[in-house]
Design a protein around this ligand. Structure first.
Ligand code: SAH
Length: 214
């Protein structure tokens, strides 16, 4: 192992310790975070800070989510190997890598063309293979593979997108931050065709989920 990768591994172990202290207990989530080279999903200017528990710019006015937020949302998904999951907001691809590492079948949508193009390259290069990376508007979901066991939204939505709710399996879970400036994390379980259990789990701050692609 090179000195460089030993350094990063040490930093990741520290980060995992911070996440445990903040209440992340799911061993599969912690394992994924301890394995994934977050620095490679970031611009070189920020790579030295990659294992701080902070969000950073990734260009196009977007950010790579804070590791705690990634871990919190992923823990709430109660993901099992082989589940089919739809992610809205591929962004840097880091959250996508976490889902792939945990053995999920991932469909992920990004509306910023440059970020979409970057993810098409970096994810397979690092050995993460989502089933499909889609350039499009996440408000529409992705009907060809619907329904999903899980849906995760990684941008702040002003409402609960109806099309996404309709693409969730009965018994499935959706984790989505809802709100304008500050978002409440909603964890939604589809109980039947028309019934959804909704609970909220704390406040977070995300970049906005925008309409249409650009
Ligand atoms: N999971 C990402 C988070 C990136 S920030 C990461 O860890 O890096 C949120 C992302 O959602 C941004 O890349 C933004 O372009 C994207 N986004 C915002 N609105 C969207 C929409 N309607 N459809 C798809 N992606 C959207």
């Amino acid at each position: 192992m090179t000195g460089e990768s030993t350094k990063h591994m040490g930093q990741r172990i520290k980060l995992v310790g911070i996440l445990k202290d903040k209440g992340i207990l799911d061993i599969n989530v912690l394992d994924a975070i301890s394995n994934i080279p977050r620095h490679l999903f970031m611009d070189s200017a920020f790579q030295n800070h990659a294992y701080q528990d902070k969000a950073f710019p990734i260009g196009e006015n977007q950010t790579i989510s804070q590791p705690y937020t990634v871990a919190f949302q992923t823990q709430e998904l109660k993901l099992k190997k082989g589940m089919k999951i739809l992610e809205i907001g591929t962004g840097s691809g880091y959250q996508t890598a976490v889902l792939c590492q945990m053995g999920a079948n991932v469909f992920t949508i990004e509306r910023q063309y440059k970020l979409y193009r970057k993810c098409l390259k970096i994810l397979p290069k690092l050995g993460y293979n989502p089933k499909k990376i889609i350039f499009g508007d996440g408000y529409q979901g992705y009907l060809p593979q619907s329904p999903y066991d899980r849906i995760i939204v990684t941008a702040g939505s002003s409402e609960l997108p109806k099309k996404l709710l309709s693409q969730l399996k009965i018994g499935g879970l959706m984790v989505i931050p809802v709100g304008l400036n500050i978002q409440k994390m909603f964890v939604i379980k589809r109980k039947s065709e028309n019934e959804f259990d909704k609970i909220t789990k704390g406040n977070f701050r995300f970049v906005p989920m925008l309409k249409n692609k650009n």
